[in-house]
Unconditional design. Structure first.
Lengths: 112, 112
C-alpha cells in the first residue's frame, strides 16, 4: 500500500531528447507527488511537485503529468542536457506529518 | 538562509558499535526527518521529529533512535550496528504542514 513503483531503472538519451520517467502508486491517500534530483555525493533536491487536483505542471524544462484514475505520474525533461545526468526519484506523501515514500530511482544519462 | 548541514560526512564503524549522526535544520524549519538510503535505492523513512518528540516512524527497529533539540537540530543514534546499516543517512528539514523538504548531503556510514 505504501509503495511507489518507478521505471525505468536506467535511461540513456541523446542531448536534446525527452526522457520520460514513470511512477505508479497504490495508496489513494497520497496527496503530494514530488520529484527529486540527486547527484553523486549529494542529497536529493526538489525538482518539481504536483497535487492530484491538476493533470499537468510545468516548471522550466520539467513537466509532471498526473493521471489520478490510473494512479500514475511521470516526469518529462524537455531539451535534455548532459548536466541533467543524475538519479531521479519520484515520491509521494500525505497528511500533516509529510513522510515521503520514494520510488527506487532512475539513473539518467544524457549523452553530449 | 543556510541549508541543512549534516556531520560527519563519512564514518566507518565496527559491527556492534554505536553511532551518532548530527543534523542542523534549515533556518525557519521546525520539523526534521531522517532517511536511510542504501546503495542504488531510494531513501527510506526512518522517523520524524517535531517539537522535540518523535512524530512518525518507518519500519526500523528500536535500536534506531533520535533526538530533536530546542533549536530544531537533531541527532540520529544507531546502537548495535549491523553490516546492513551501511548506507547514506539523510536528514531533511521542513516546516510542519507545509509541503517540501530540504535535504542535507548526508552521512555515509560504513559498518565493517
Amino acid at each position: 500500500q505504501q509503495q511507489v513503483k518507478q521505471s525505468p531503472q536506467s535511461l540513456i538519451v541523446q542531448k536534446g531528447g525527452i526522457p520520460i520517467i514513470n511512477c505508479a502508486y497504490e495508496n489513494t491517500a497520497f496527496d503530494y507527488f514530488p520529484w527529486y534530483q540527486q547527484f553523486p555525493g549529494k542529497g536529493p533536491a526538489l525538482l518539481i511537485a504536483i497535487r492530484p487536483d491538476v493533470s499537468e505542471k510545468k516548471e522550466g524544462r520539467f513537466t509532471i503529468s498526473f493521471n489520478k484514475s490510473a494512479k500514475q505520474f511521470s516526469l518529462h525533461i524537455m531539451d535534455s542536457q548532459p548536466g541533467d545526468s543524475a538519479t531521479y526519484f519520484c515520491a509521494a506523501d500525505y497528511g500533516s506529518a509529510r513522510q515521503l515514500t520514494f520510488g527506487s530511482g532512475t539513473q539518467l544519462t544524457v549523452l553530449p | 538562509e543556510t541549508g541543512v548541514t549534516q556531520s560527519p560526512t563519512h564514518l566507518i564503524k565496527t559491527r556492534g558499535q554505536q553511532v551518532t549522526l548530527r543534523c542542523s535544520s534549515q533556518s525557519g524549519h521546525n520539523t526534521v526527518s531522517w532517511y536511510q538510503q542504501a546503495l542504488g535505492q531510494g531513501p527510506q523513512f526512518i522517523f520524524q521529529y517535531y517539537r522535540e518528540e518523535e512524530n512518525g516512524r518507518g519500519n526500523f527497529p528500536p535500536r534506531f533512535s533520535g533526538l530533536q533539540f530546542p533549536n530544531y537540530s537533531s541527532e540520529l543514534n544507531v546502537n548495535a550496528l549491523e553490516l546492513d546499516d551501511s548506507a547514506l543517512y539523510l536528514c531533511a528539514s521542513s516546516l510542519r504542514g507545509v509541503e517540501g523538504y530540504t535535504f542535507g548531503s548526508g552521512t555515509r556510514l560504513t559498518v565493517v
